[in-house]
Design a protein around this ligand. Structure first.
Ligand code: ZN
Length: 300
């Protein structure tokens, strides 16, 4: 196992439910049918949570993704383009009752949106950037490749809505990954140390979108975490090369292999997707283990 050159850790990681939706079975588990066919004709839906991760770092509160904007339900023109609205209805079933503002969700954990120092955006899909208006003071970190998609011809056709991303005053910070000699991280081709102490490391993991990133988090007193956004919809899919129905197949397979390589070098690493219902139980189970370890450790 590699010894880390800087051994920072975060104090805790929480998962916040930012709503619930459903996607087609073919979307989640892949299909031999053409994508347009299942988008238009599939009647098989599977429910998925929308997770936001809240990270307590000694220097401040950090989010990994920000969830849905409740305005997606109340504003009929939230999606500007007609084709975007058409495909959105066919790809996603969102449950309005399950969505509240990011500020309100954070308050349920005892946090204030005003205390968020940084929000890491795994990729620019609408269900990951919907809460950025609640944290105008926060630096919003996104990879340069992902950001460049905004200059494409029709990013809205890929559920990237410029008008909700380039908000006035939004503190976007574009991440350029730096080369690394770390044996575990080098296969990713670069990394970015969020706080400069090694506690949170951003890694390029393209496939779901060209600029998708993941974050390796070293947590005090427990095994590390790899937050992967939508790279896979379940950790199990990543471990078994089960490719979802969207994204770049070759890039997904490469990113899956790199994530598995990281897990091999970091025993106990937990992989947490943004839409995996296991996230909450994984984190609470870890907290229980941690608590029982503390209960049983002898006094110094
Ligand atoms: Zn996505």
């Amino acid at each position: 196992m590699t010894t880390r050159s800087s051994a920072g850790t975060v104090r805790a990681v929480h998962v916040l439910s930012a709503g619930t939706g459903s996607i087609h079975m073919e979307h989640r588990y892949g299909s031999s049918a053409p994508q347009l066919w299942w988008v238009l004709f599939s009647r098989r839906w599977v429910q998925v949570p929308i997770n936001v991760f809240v990270i307590e770092h000694p220097q401040g509160l950090v989010l990994f993704d920000t969830g849905l904007d409740p305005a997606v339900f109340t504003d009929p023109r939230y999606v500007d383009s007609a084709i975007g609205r058409f495909f959105m209805r066919r790809l996603f079933r969102l449950e309005p009752a399950s969505v509240d503002s990011l500020s309100s969700r954070l308050a349920t954990l005892g946090f204030r949106a005003g205390d968020v120092q940084k929000a890491i955006i795994s990729h620019l899909h609408f269900d990951h950037v919907g809460g950025i208006g609640d944290v105008p003071q926060a630096d919003l970190l996104v990879s340069r490749t992902e950001w460049n998609q905004l200059d494409g011809l029709h990013p809205e056709r890929d559920f990237i809505f410029r008008e909700h991303i380039r908000r006035p005053g939004a503190r976007w910070r574009i991440v350029d990954f730096q080369p690394t000699n770390d044996r575990l991280l080098a296969p990713f081709g670069g990394c970015h140390d969020v706080m400069g102490d090694g506690a949170m490391i951003l890694l390029p993991t393209p496939g779901h979108t060209p600029g998708s990133l993941s974050m390796l988090v070293h947590v005090e007193g427990r095994a590390p975490l790899l937050l992967i956004g939508d790279l896979a919809y379940e950790a199990r899919s990543l471990m078994t090369d089960q490719i979802p129905g969207t994204g770049d197949r070759d890039q997904l397979l490469e990113s899956y292999a790199r994530a598995r390589g990281l897990k091999a070098g970091l025993p106990g690493l937990e992989i947490l997707p943004a839409h995996d219902s296991r996230a909450k139980s994984v984190l609470s189970r870890s907290a229980e283990v941690e608590l029982s370890a503390r209960t049983w450790s002898p006094d110094p």
